[in-house]
Design a protein around this ligand. Sequence first.
Ligand SMILES: C[S@@+](CC[C@H](N)C(=O)[O-])C[C@H]1O[C@@H](n2cnc3c(N)ncnc32)[C@H](O)[C@@H]1O
Length: 282
Amino acid sequence: MLESPIAEQVFSGQDGAAARALEEKIQRGDDKPMGAVYLVGGGPGDPDLLTFRALRLMQQADVVVYDRLVSPEVLELVRRDAEKIYAGKERAKHTIPQEDINRLLVRLAKEGKRVVRLKGGDPFIFGRGGEEIDTLMQEGVMFQVVPGITAAAGCASYSGIPLTHRDYAQSVVFVTGHLKDGSVDLNWPALIQPDQTIVFYMGLQGVQSICEGLISHGMSAETPAALVQQGTTRHQRVFIGSLTTLPDIVHRSQVKAPTLIIVGNVVRLHDKLAWFEPSAAN
Ligand SMILES: C[S@@+](CC[C@H](N)C(=O)[O-])C[C@H]1O[C@@H](n2cnc3c(N)ncnc32)[C@H](O)[C@@H]1O
């Protein structure tokens, strides 16, 4: 019981739900293992950025269903004999359709497995975590969500680009730069507000459209912009340019996914504040 999903409910402050689940289990008189799904944010790559809760659940898991963005170093920390199922997604190539992932999680939990659904970054930021727990809820499966460090926070810290700064930016927006039918459909006027940092997730393929869109809606073509590839890992690469030069940098330097785009005057701080040495990282 001390290692069961009921104990995990207590650890996460769901005392009422834990008491009800325990009561039901006693009433039923069964000793079948209880299944649960833990939707865990695996962070942007550096395993030291996992939360204690994420690590504890990863080490108790019977099955781990993981995404492409989960770094090998993070996956390494999963319990050795846990079954590992790859559910990764690449652009335009969905390894397992989302509905099948939802059904898989429900089935495994109903078989009595402790399932860790391990995602890159934070499950609730461009992670479809909401859809997955919606299904679990409908199916009456016990679950928890464990937040992770999202790519924006990780890449900003490890590239020395604070997303807000008293002199440069009072707000920050996280946007998807995902191409739909070859273009990026965004609320441009809301994005080009002064003193605001814009962070584009999934923007690499659409970098040209993003830069053109911002410029044509009134943002200065000289606005500083950064690309952070594989942020927080020893493979991290940071490129600094402007809205005019960014598409060319992507092409010339063969920038690869996963990459985050940061646009705004805070990017100027990189020269002064960069501290992380990827080659020296674990
Ligand atoms: C589907 S979104 C998932 C975001 C994730 N849930 C999070 O909170 O970071 C994938 C995008 O996140 C960004 N990303 C994730 N990890 C990254 C990393 N280590 N370095 C740079 N960008 C990253 C990239 O823009 C990538 O295309």
